[in-house]
Design a binder for this molecule. Structure first.
Ligand code: HEC
Length: 300
């Protein structure tokens, strides 16, 4: 006797498992689609947190150098009446340190710049020019922290204005009154005639911002690979489970009911399980028994 005689049997065979698999597939696509923006967001947060952290360290280091020059070196040189620019001015000391630092970490920037510089290499770069203009426009600004481009590289930058004070005039006042050490090294054309209280330049510290997009791409591919592996495992387990505990017993029961329908009412329905399917089998067995006794009564 062929099963295909029952139209319902053929039409619905395997449809439960197909539905499960579709649901799994849609879930998989959904998690893959969600993973890219989630990874992007997390990567961005992390890249900025790291840059902020590094920036804080560099700014702190700059302050420490200025403190060291002002608190330890300058008093010594003043007391002994020696003029030595890096021991006198934190700006000069930091410029020196920055040059050494740049050799070690070329992607990090520690700079002092001015549009009236002693040292032409301290002329402001476009981003620094913008910051300088901002500080001149708004004298209440103490710090600007923002993203920008320096030497073609994306950076997080922290900048502070440099205001001329009487102490600066020793080296940045009228060139005739400035130490020969300064004019000898830097000439007399630029870097002088500071006006008191004016924003003459800026301090800039900049740290590289890692490429968020490239990092996101790399991390997303890991996450998608992992998701694919996890879903493949879920797929295999769900298919095995659904087949073993749902599809196969239901098909068995269907065969029994088919047999009863065709008049083979003497075969007892086996109740193998203690769950919903087992209950259904029990009900089918009860149905078969009452069917059988009804038939017996009819035959008498
Ligand atoms: C002891 C001398 C001396 C004193 C005092 C001094 N500077 Fe300078 N400053 C220099 C020298 C030298 C440079 C150049 C350093 C270099 O080669 O990068 C410089 C550089 C700078 C620069 C970077 C642009 C440039 O001129 O090359 C700024 C801005 C600046 N100084 C501001 C100040 C301010 C503001 C003060 C006072 C708070 C001050 N400086 C005090 C000697 C001094």
């Amino acid at each position: 006797m062929s099963k295909s005689k029952n139209p319902a049997a053929g039409a619905f065979k395997g449809s439960v498992i197909r539905r499960f698999n579709w649901a799994l597939f849609v879930l998989y696509l959904g998690s893959v689609a969600l993973s890219a923006p989630a990874v992007y967001w997390m990567t961005k947060q992390q890249v900025y947190a790291q840059a902020e952290n590094e920036l804080g360290l560099l700014v702190g280091m700059g302050k420490a150098i200025r403190g060291y020059v002002g608190g330890t070196l300058r008093p010594f040189f003043m007391e002994n009446d020696i003029f030595f620019a890096p021991g006198f001015s934190g700006v000069v000391a930091i410029s020196d340190v920055a040059r050494h630092f740049a050799g070690l970490y070329p992607d990090y920037h520690i700079r002092t710049s001015s549009d009236n510089p002693l040292n032409p290499s301290n002329l402001p770069k476009p981003l620094e020019m913008e910051l300088l203009a901002q500080f001149r426009k708004n004298r209440d600004l103490q710090v600007i922290e923002r993203e920008g481009r320096l030497d073609g590289q994306r950076v997080l930058v922290s900048s502070a204005p440099m205001v001329s004070k009487p102490g600066c005039m020793r080296c940045h006042g009228e060139p005739e009154l400035t130490s020969d050490q300064i004019t000898g090294e830097y000439g007399t054309k630029s870097g002088y005639n500071y006006e008191l209280g004016k924003v003459v330049g800026i301090n800039t510290v900049a740290v590289p911002l890692a490429n968020v997009n490239a990092l996101t791409l790399m991390r997303s591919s890991y996450v998608i690979g992992l998701l694919t592996l996890i879903f493949a495992l879920i797929f295999i387990v769900v298919n095995l489970l659904v087949r073993r505990s749902l599809i196969n017993p239901v098909l068995e029961l269907r065969d029994t009911v088919q047999a009863v329908t065709k008049g083979h009412i003497e075969h007892e329905v086996e109740v193998k399980r203690d769950d919903e399917i087992g209950q259904l089998a029990r009900e089918v067995e009860l149905l078969r028994r009452s069917f059988a006794s009804a038939m017996k009564r009819l035959r008498k």
